[in-house]
Design a protein around this ligand. Sequence first.
Ligand SMILES: O=P(O)(O)O[C@@H]1[C@@H](OP(=O)(O)O)[C@H](OP(=O)(O)O)[C@H](O)[C@H](OP(=O)(O)O)[C@H]1OP(=O)(O)O
Ligand SMILES: Nc1ncnc2c1ncn2[C@@H]1O[C@H](COP(=O)(O)OP(=O)(O)OP(=O)(O)O)[C@@H](O)[C@H]1O
Length: 327
Amino acid sequence: MCDYNTLKLKDYNLWKYTAKGSANAVYRYNGPHNPLFTHKVIRVRLTSCELLTKEVFEFMNSSKLEKLREYIPRTDILSVDRQFMDNLQRQSPASVKLNRLETDVLLLDDIFTHKISAYHEICLSKYYKFYIFKKEDQKEFILEFKPKWLYKPPAFFKTCRNCAQSILKKQKFSNCTLLLLSMPEGVRIWCRNLQNELERQGYNIAVYDSLFQVISEHYDLIEILYKLENKNCNDMHNTLRQLSSPKGVTDVIRNSMSLRDVSITINLSSHEVHVLDIDPKPTSKWKKWKEQEIKNSPLYLCESNCSLNSEGDTVNVATNPHCPVKF
Ligand SMILES: O=P(O)(O)O[C@@H]1[C@@H](OP(=O)(O)O)[C@H](OP(=O)(O)O)[C@H](O)[C@H](OP(=O)(O)O)[C@H]1OP(=O)(O)O
Ligand SMILES: Nc1ncnc2c1ncn2[C@@H]1O[C@H](COP(=O)(O)OP(=O)(O)OP(=O)(O)O)[C@@H](O)[C@H]1O
């Protein structure tokens, strides 16, 4: 980690707004060459989040995430003052509400080679986005997706948590990430589903081969996420349903739920893979999680296109003998 203690970010206008999620806004460095900032982004907390940047930084650097380290973009913490935050807020879109009381921001390697506006974005669903850069003979294809819950659902479930949420959130395209737990059959189907959806939407872009190859090269990431998400917790559905106060949210639940909400980027051109959006969850989320479980319960028992009830050439993950990861 660099020693940034004496370094204060002052030049808000050197950071150009790139994207936001529900908890953070991201700005890319857009100034003259500077070895500390060129090819970096800052990640700034929004008003909606309870935990501060310092807590996020601590979580990202904790030993429990050591196995994921090689996939996390290099991250440092920088102090900022109120003036910087106010100015950054002024140059942000109206929908971005920064927590201007924050005294820190994260500084991360930018996983995109070019500025975000240079990419064509194809949003297949809220869980799957392709970014495509094409200029003369230069090309870059990046898939950003949320694997969500990588787990073994209870045996009586017909629809997994990911597919249930996708239905509830009215996504037109769904691709069950439990398929990723089965290498190579499930992974092939998952890649094929993305290829087919691109074609269905009229994009003549071949991603299947490189997608399968990059996932094969970095398959340990899926295994690591699976192990960390399921460590010491065999039935998260039941665990969440039993919660009755924030005190019941153990570190096991917090870690698991935090990792169940990360994003993965796969660069089909450079074959680099990263894990983004590693945010610790506050214990105050217990009620939302419990209510979600109660609301989802009927859906778990319904037949859907979830890979759990696929037959024939698809994979039944619940009883899948090829699942590489053991409890
Ligand atoms: O529970 P889910 O599956 O709806 O996940 C929420 C995410 O929905 P999504 O996965 O994109 O459909 C949701 O993402 P979006 O804002 O919908 O992009 C958040 O990540 C939310 O976490 P937090 O409130 O920012 O701490 C996430 O909430 P947590 O359950 O992780 O607390
Ligand atoms: N290191 C990075 N380099 C380039 N772009 C990034 C980086 N980190 C995040 N982004 C972009 O910014 C977007 C929002 O960031 P992030 O996912 O961290 O926000 P969030 O508020 O935590 O999201 P969520 O709503 O899923 O919790 C990402 O989807 C990604 O496209």
